[in-house]
Design a protein around this ligand. Structure first.
Ligand SMILES: *Cc1c(COP(=O)(O)O)cnc(C)c1O
Length: 376
């Protein structure tokens, strides 16, 4: 019988670079006496991010939610936007703040991204855009969505909050669609304490976004649009720059842990390990999401979730409930039946994965799950 972990095991822990590296950077900030408003550290961070994404068309924000909200505002959309209910609430909130009606559409069963066939069926005369999510860092059906967006003259927007570092056929994931939003929140794979970024295809958005994140100021006396305050500060930029130096290491560590998880979990009846994308995808291993098949495993996902707590393992039911079932969006009519999304939301569970996690801990988590399954 496995014993509980001595210390609680959470699904994630923020990556902390060596403190000396951060304090060295702090000295530069003290010297510059510049704490926010497009300071030198932020400009350096933006340069690095532009290099990674092979484009100058990027804009950095105080967080991902405001980045998405302002990106939508820059597109001046109206009417309905087809989106997924299987995501973090911020995706839908960004539509709400732009007075756009979400139309929740079903997902596909392999990687939980929008099902293109059902997207096309959900289009009405009021549809102006598709807001898809690379959930858990799994790339959406890029070609199919692109085709539908072109055919129906819709904007295509990606919430890439989970997908930093992902590439498809050597192309950075952020460069697909009209724009992509990334989150640099502390709990994400790559972070800047908090932060967000848009990568976009239309160079003109750069100026609009610059105004929008700084109250709409064009210069000292001219305010050209009702903007807000969504600027990234210098300490965030410093953390981002510092963590960026460890990105490859972070992804490689998570790849190794995922490999161990997959090997161990595949031997447990009723557990589906994460489906790793094809070779043409450089995946980032940002989440470790498994599915529980109750009849085979013996107990339900919720029972396993509770049982793991007794072993000091705090898994998360990402993403449950579906956004369409939350009190604040329940009134939104759902045309499609959301069969797959409902099924996945009832069976999915995310397990601990972060840089400090050890292979021994992963093995122990898996053997606890196996024990729970066989003892039911
Ligand atoms: C984290 C997250 C966001 C919000 O990003 P913040 O930087 O926390 O504002 C949006 N969408 C998804 C899918 C997320 O996971």
């Amino acid at each position: 019988m496995e014993k509980p972990f001595e210390e609680p095991l959470y699904v994630t822990r923020p990556f902390l670079p060596p403190i000396d590296q951060f304090t060295e950077g702090l000295k530069d900030i003290w010297e510059s006496q510049w704490l926010t408003n497009n300071g030198p550290m932020l400009q350096k961070f933006e340069k690095e991010l532009a290099k990674i994404h092979q484009t100058e068309n990027i804009s950095v924000f105080s967080n991902g939610t405001l980045a998405l909200q302002l990106g939508l505002q820059a597109l001046e959309l109206t009417g309905e936007v087809i989106t997924t209910p299987f995501t973090f609430v911020a995706t839908t909130h960004a539509l709400f703040w732009n007075k756009l009606r979400p139309v929740f559409c079903d997902i596909e069963a392999d990687h939980y991204t929008l099902d293109p066939e059902k997207v096309e069926k959900a289009i009405t005369p009021w549809t102006t855009a598709i807001l898809a999510v690379h959930v858990f860092g799994y790339p959406c059906k890029l070609k199919e969505l692109e085709h539908i967006a072109r055919k129906h003259n819709l904007k295509l927007i990606y919430d890439a909050a989970h997908a930093f570092g992902v590439e498809v056929d050597g192309q950075p994931i952020g460069t697909f669609g009209d724009f992509s939003m990334f989150s640099f929140h502390a709990t994400k794979l790559f972070h800047a304490l908090e932060g967000g970024m848009l990568v976009f295809n239309e160079p003109a958005y750069k100026t609009t976004l610059k105004y929008l994140k700084n109250f709409g100021f064009k210069n000292e006396t001219e305010v050209v649009m009702p903007g807000t305050n969504a600027k990234m500060n210098e300490l965030q930029a410093l953390m981002g720059l510092t963590v960026l130096g460890y990105l490859d290491q972070i992804i490689e560590k998570r790849r190794q842990l995922t490999e161990v998880y997959c090997e161990k979990l595949s031997k447990i009846d009723g557990i589906t390990p994460p489906r790793i994308p094809d070779k043409n995808v450089r995946y980032n291993y940002s989440y470790l999401a498994i599915e529980i098949d109750e009849p085979l495993f013996g107990i339900s996902r919720d029972a396993l979730y509770e049982k793991l707590k007794e072993f000091n393992i705090y898994s998360r039911r990402y993403f449950y409930p579906l956004i369409s079932d939350l009190a604040c969006y329940r009134a939104v009519p759902v045309d499609d039946d959301l069969t797959v999304a409902r099924d996945v939301a009832s069976r999915i569970l995310t397990l601990p994965i972060y840089n400090e996690l050890t292979v021994a801990e992963v093995i122990k988590v898996c053997s606890i799950i196996a024990e729970i399954g066989s003892s039911k």
